[in-house]
Ligand binder design. Sequence first.
Ligand code: PLP
Length: 439
Amino acid sequence: MSHVFPRHTHKPPPTAVRGAGCYLYDADGKAYLDGSGGAAVSCLGHGDAEIIAAVQEQTAQLAFAHTGFFTSDPAEELADLLAEHAPGDLNRVYFVSGGSEATEAALKLARQYFVETGQPQRRHVIARQQSYHGNTLGALAAGGNAWRRAQFAPLLMDVHHIAPCYEYMLRAEDESAEAYGLRAAQELEDTILRLGPDSVMAFMAEPVVGATLGAVPAVDGYFKRIREICDTYGVLLILDEVMCGMGRTGHLFACEADGVTPDILCIAKGLGAGYQPIGAMLCTGAIYDAIKDGSGFFQHGHTYLGHPVATAAGRAVVRKLLRDDLVARAAWQGDRLSAALTERLGQHPHVGDLRGRGMFQGIELVQDREIKQPFAPEHGLAGKVKAAAFEAGLICYPMSGTRDGKNGDHVLLAPPFIISDAEIDELVDKLSGAIDHAI
Ligand code: PLP
């Protein structure tokens, strides 16, 4: 009997024993094409000798030194690299162990910033429905996935949720994309005014919505208007690029495509590429200075922040992304993936929408394409697609709709940037077979 507490207690998973390139292998030798990089993690694929060597060398040199006492070379150098390439003046980097820790830290930094700058009345957080910011309590409260939140609702702080920018379902037929973007952003201003501008601390959003909607970017102009609204009312803009960041969308930072710079930016997943658990929160010099010139102490921390081996892995990953031009590769191989999906699934009677950027693509499945009617939750379509794909040797990331009829089931694809043309063909083949089998 296994003593591991698995995520799905009724069906323990097979044992993964090896990874190489875009494939994982189980104990029976079965190969799985990693079409979602796990959950948008493995941007470099598996078994990358360079990253493995970096981890081994750092472990031998210095595995751990608590940040209450020390900094370390890999943490300093990774922070330099990120600050150098991040947009605007996001030039301070706070390392954590994953995505939820990054979004939690962002919320606490926003709060402390206002306490330190004489605005302690600012406490409201605004975020969006159908979003995901992590599973710890603060992050879960910020997220707007009704199903994930439901049973924990009594434990969650109040967060005000506005509609996402979700063109496929929410743009009116007679509305231009630009007008829709402005209308969607207006809800933020209305909410700030309703709560009282002086009481709002931060607005948090994913530039490209990942797990809850399936690779949904905002329409052009939406985030620019969001940035203006935040500036008008002194509200901090927190962008969560835990899933869509680190090159996945064809830009090192996803917000570059939207032409905005947040005040606080969260990254994780692709930063360690699966070789180490690591995330980070980047903030502007102005926010950092408020703490430095105030109490001088960010009242938040975890034992493993700035872990030398984790930051050494992140440093090796970012160096490789930059040196080998892998972000550009994510853009052009992403176009190829998108074209292959359109060719194979564009006319499928149950494919309502294909969207995404770079190596971050989503397929929304609906019962009725004409009226964009989702499948009934009882169908359990997402689970069936996942099972059929896995059986066929494909790892993808299907999620059910939010069960309120507001969006369909979707499949998220986030393969390693190194995926070849032949592997893209295999992915699309296996996925379309799994969708047909599941429906
Ligand atoms: N934010 C976003 C956008 C995510 O997609 C996720 C995880 O999927 C998280 C935060 C939480 O990250 P983690 O699972 O590493 O805690």
